[in-house]
Ligand binder design. Structure first.
Ligand code: AVJ
Length: 327
């Protein structure tokens, strides 16, 4: 017999592409230099991130996957049957597959991501992998900036199914606390009156574990961080000498966040899109924050965005948490 695989629905909301050049130049001209973390993820950067996830020091991915595997049925019981799963950001196919495995007859899967080509390929791959086990699962790929989406497109907005948001990976840690509350409110609105959210949140822990996770011995995180300079060279006509900068990552206990920076090894000038940028030896470009929360702190943050915390799953070393919230 032949499995008739329903095609992936594709909805292109044509997100306005933020100019890397403009954003990077603005950040590099500021008194405290910054480059937003979202620009790490070009094709090469996304591959490096996947490589980070396999490093022995980088515990979040493996711990979260284990939680999804071990507690799949608990999550399924909390969510109930026929849920429509909506993932914010695509890339972690493996994770949503683990989630879908534990759910009771999921009604569909919707993935929202800004990178439409990558998203469509990932959704098609998922569809063909699930074709035999779950042939009725309806898969939709929406190309959109999920941080700015104010409504789900038709026909999803009128779906009678409970919507389960899925935001794994502790991506919420990349948002400042204020931005995290704003985005939790957006998801609260999108997922509707009967909605739920399963969100991965990295926990506070011994700073030595965090320092190791963001300074892996193989140097993959360093390459990932410095890749943003390589991007500036190839895409914005910059002339960064990657050997004249180094990766710096550490836990900042005053702000409860891991910070990544790129540090200039000497006094130097670089040209970016025709603009000269001067660096002092030791001067840094701040590239990422990764906020760490206690379980109670995150539950409070979720409450302040209107969510009702239902359940928290964590590993026996309390490295990582999955929060189940209701609107
Ligand atoms: C994907 C944002 C959750 O903060 O741990 C990994 C990105 N940066 N190593 C994280 C990242 C350096 C990651 N997030």
């Amino acid at each position: 017999t032949q499995a008739t695989k329903s095609p992936v629905h594709f909805i292109d909301l044509a997100p306005e592409a933020e100019s890397f050049e403009q954003a990077a130049l603005a950040g590099l001209k500021a008194a405290k230099k910054t480059i937003p973390a979202k620009f790490f993820y070009d094709a090469h950067g996304s591959r490096l991130f996947e490589e980070i996830c396999k490093q022995p020091e980088y515990y979040p991915t493996r711990t979260e996957c284990r939680l999804l595997r071990d507690h799949g049925k608990d999550i399924g019981a909390a969510v109930g049957p026929d849920a429509l799963v909506i993932e914010f950001g695509a890339g972690a196919l493996e994770k949503v597959r683990l989630l879908l495995d534990g759910l009771d007859n999921p009604a569909g899967f919707v993935a929202i991501d800004i990178s439409g080509d990558h998203l469509l390929l990932a959704a098609q791959e998922l569809a063909s992998e699930l074709a035999s086990a779950n042939p009725d699962l309806d898969i939709t790929a929406i190309c959109a900036d999920y941080t700015r989406l104010d409504a789900l497109p038709a026909p999803l907005n009128t779906s009678p199914h409970r919507k389960l948001g899925f935001f794994p990976g502790s991506t919420i840690g990349n948002f400042s606390r204020a931005d995290a509350v704003d985005f939790l409110k957006i998801m609260h609105h999108l997922l509707g009156p009967d909605g739920m959210l399963l969100i991965g949140v990295d926990l506070k822990k011994d700073p030595a574990i965090l320092d190791a996770a963001y300074n892996d011995a193989k140097g993959v995180t360093a390459q990932f961080n410095l890749n943003v300079l390589r991007r500036l060279n190839t895409e914005c006509g910059a002339n960064f000498d990657l050997d004249a900068f180094r990766h710096v990552a550490f836990y900042n206990p005053d702000r409860n966040q891991v910070e990544m920076h790129i540090e200039s090894l000497c006094d130097q000038s670089v040209t970016v899109a025709g603009t000269r940028i001067d660096f002092k030896a030791g001067e840094r470009i701040h590239t990422e924050i990764s906020c760490k929360y206690s379980i109670g702190e995150f539950a409070d943050l979720a409450r302040s965005a209107g969510w009702a915390p239902q359940q928290v799953l964590t590993d026996d070393q309390s490295l990582f948490s999955l929060h189940i919230l209701r609107t």
